[in-house]
Design a protein. Structure first.
Length: 334
């Protein structure tokens, strides 16, 4: 490895990065390769946090780290030399881009030294992933969706997007099962102010309706969304659901509708796990110099309840594929 030239395939290089206690290696697939690996095939813990940078700055920094001797490790990489290596490897590169790339790489290195397992990838790898509009950007920390391997969000908005996606999936399931009315009620955690920032296919109750509900039921403040639909008497379970296999209660509702003509439903959408994306991580990465991609919205354990009615029973579709998906998520006693 010592004789490998910096211009050769970066997939042959291993980045040797030092912290105060030990030397650790980053596998080739994690850094820069001409053949883009399938990041989605890696365990979530390895691909959860990523930063995106220019291939050239990653290559130059790794080459410089590789050349550092054991005696020099305490001084860290020679960032001026890295800038030279990177600048000469790309025709027409500007000092501003060199400085921005080095600053982002330094921030990532500091975060790693603090124990945050961030995966650096190049733009070629990032092109296979899905990011919010205008992203990815240099020096921003992204968090992967736990159930969709190729989707990444800025750390700032991770929790909002996670809950929004789970809520929308529950609504999609109920609509596909033939719901004619859906009412979303707050049980605990995030409430009306948070709900106003979500994009869901339901309407917020207007002031008049809220006043009537308040007089009749005394629960106006807990109602966040409501909808009336024509429904369907040929219910189904969409194939694209990712939260559904992990929600036995949702599956029970689907089974009741598909096999027994269930007319009323009540399910919960809960968001209890912060996936390690919390104030402690925020403090560490901000101190290291990474950006969050906006104002950080922390996790709040939340439960919302969805209630309503299904369309009258008609000719219910009993697709083997649909029933199979449902039964997979429900454990029968016998």
């Amino acid at each position: 490895m010592a004789g490998v030239d910096g211009k050769r395939n970066c997939g042959l290089l291993r980045a040797r990065l030092w912290n105060d206690n030990a030397c650790f290696y980053l596998p080739e697939w994690q850094v820069v390769e001409d053949v883009v690996p399938d990041l989605g095939s890696r365990p979530y813990v390895e691909r959860q946090l990523i930063v995106v940078s220019q291939k050239e700055i990653l290559r130059a920094a790794q080459e410089e780290n590789r050349r550092k001797s054991q005696a020099e490790k305490e001084d860290g990489p020679d960032w001026r030399k890295i800038g030279t290596l990177w600048g000469t490897s790309v025709f027409g590169i500007t000092p501003m881009l060199i400085a921005a790339g080095i600053e982002a790489y330094q921030a990532w290195s500091r975060a790693r030294d603090s124990g945050v397992p961030i995966l650096p990838i190049c733009l070629e790898q990032a092109a296979t992933l899905s990011f919010p509009p205008g992203h990815p950007r240099e020096g921003v920390l992204y968090v992967g969706h736990p159930a969709i391997p190729n989707v990444y969000y800025t750390m700032a908005n991770f929790h909002r997007y996670m809950f929004e996606h789970k809520l929308c999936e529950a609504v999609e399931l109920l609509m596909s099962l033939g719901a004619t009315t859906i009412r979303v009620e707050h049980v605990s955690g995030w409430s009306r102010d948070f709900s106003s920032r979500l994009s869901v296919p339901l309407a917020s109750p207007d002031d008049t309706a809220s006043a009537q509900l308040n007089h009749t039921f005394g629960v106006a403040k807990s109602i966040l969304f409501e909808a009336s639909l024509s429904g369907t008497n040929v219910p189904s379970v969409p194939n694209s659901l990712v939260w559904y296999p992990h929600e036995p209660t949702w599956a029970n509702i689907a089974r009741g509708r598909l096999k027994h003509g269930l007319r009323d439903f009540s399910i919960s959408v809960s968001y209890l796990d912060d996936f390690g994306i919390n104030a402690g991580l925020k403090a560490t990465v901000v101190k290291a110099g990474l950006e969050l991609g906006g104002k950080f919205e922390g996790h709040e354990s939340t439960v919302w309840r969805l209630e309503g009615k299904f369309a009258p029973e008609g000719t219910l579709g009993h697709s083997d594929q649909i029933i199979g998906v449902t039964e997979k998520c429900v454990r029968d006693p016998a």
